[in-house]
Ligand binder design. Structure first.
Ligand SMILES: [Zn+2]
Length: 241
C-alpha cells in the first residue's frame, strides 16, 4: 500500500489534465489535413459544375453557328438554282429546279425555327452560367476564409502543444518520485486515462462498480487505490458523492 494525501491526488489529477488536453490537441491536429481536403473537394466539385455549364453553352453556340452556315449554304444553292432557271429549256427542268429551291427553303425554315428555339435555351443557360460563376466566386472566398481559420486554429493548438512538456515537468516536480513512477507505470498500461474519479461507487473511466469496502477506503483518501477492473488510479470525487 502506498500512502498519499489529498494534495497528491490533486497534483496527479492536474497532470492528467494536461495530458488529456495534449491528447485532445493531437487528435484535433490529425483532423486538420482532412478538414482542408474536404473544403478543397467542395470547391473543386463546384468548379466542375461551372465547367460543365460552360461546356453546355459553348456547344449550343457552336450548333448555332453551324446552323447559320447551313442556312447560308442553302441560300447560295437557292441563288445558283435561280440563275439556272434563266437558262432552262424544258418545263420538266424548270419544275425540277423549282422543286429543288422549295426543298432548300423548307430546310432553311426548319433550321431557322430550331435556331430561334435554341436562342431562348442559350439565354437561360448563359444566365445559369453567370449565376454559377457568381456563386463560385462567393464559395471560393468562403472556403478560403474557412481554410485560413482552420490553419490559424491549428497553429494556436500547436503552440499550446509545444508548452505541454514544460507544463508536465512543472507539475510532476510536485509529485514524490516513487508516486510518479507508479503513475508512469499505470499510464503505460492504461493509455489515455491514468487517474480517474469514482462517483457513486462507479469508476468514471471504465464505468464498473467499485466494491463497497474499497469505496469506503477511497473516502479517506489516505492511500493509493486502483480500479479492480481497469487498473487505473482511482480517487473519491466529493462533488459527485
Ligand atoms: Zn475502472
Amino acid at each position: 500500500m502506498h500512502s498519499i494525501t489529498r494534495d497528491d491526488i490533486d497534483v496527479l489529477v492536474k497532470l492528467q489534465g494536461v495530458e488529456t488536453e495534449a491528447n485532445r490537441i493531437k487528435v484535433a491536429l490529425n483532423e486538420v489535413p482532412k478538414k482542408l481536403d474536404v473544403l478543397d473537394t467542395k470547391l473543386r466539385e463546384f468548379e466542375q459544375l461551372v465547367e460543365d455549364q460552360e461546356a453546355i453553352v459553348t456547344e449550343q453556340k457552336i450548333n448555332y453557328r453551324e446552323n447559320e452556315s447551313d442556312v447560308q449554304m442553302h441560300l447560295d444553292m437557292i441563288s445558283k438554282s435561280q440563275e439556272k432557271l434563266v437558262a432552262v429549256k424544258t418545263n420538266k427542268e424548270y419544275q425540277a429546279i423549282l422543286k429543288e429551291i422549295g426543298e432548300f427553303k423548307n430546310k432553311n425554315s426548319q433550321i431557322e425555327d430550331e435556331m430561334l428555339a435554341s436562342l431562348d435555351r442559350t439565354d437561360a443557360d448563359e444566365k445559369l452560367l453567370s449565376d454559377r460563376k457568381t456563386e463560385y466566386s462567393q464559395l471560393k472566398d468562403e472556403i478560403e476564409s474557412e481554410k485560413d481559420l482552420v490553419i490559424k486554429e491549428s497553429e494556436a493548438e500547436e503552440k499550446k502543444l509545444s508548452l505541454f512538456e514544460t507544463d508536465w515537468n512543472k507539475i510532476s516536480e510536485q509529485i514524490a518520485p516513487e508516486l510518479l513512477e507508479i503513475y508512469k507505470k499505470v499510464q503505460k498500461q492504461t493509455k489515455g486515462i491514468t487517474i480517474t474519479a469514482v462517483k457513486n461507487a462507479v469508476c468514471q473511466a471504465c464505468y464498473m462498480n467499485i466494491p463497497p469496502q474499497m469505496y469506503n477506503e477511497l473516502h479517506r483518501c489516505d492511500e493509493l487505490n486502483f480500479c479492480p477492473h481497469c487498473y487505473r488510479i482511482i480517487y473519491y470525487n466529493g462533488a459527485g458523492g
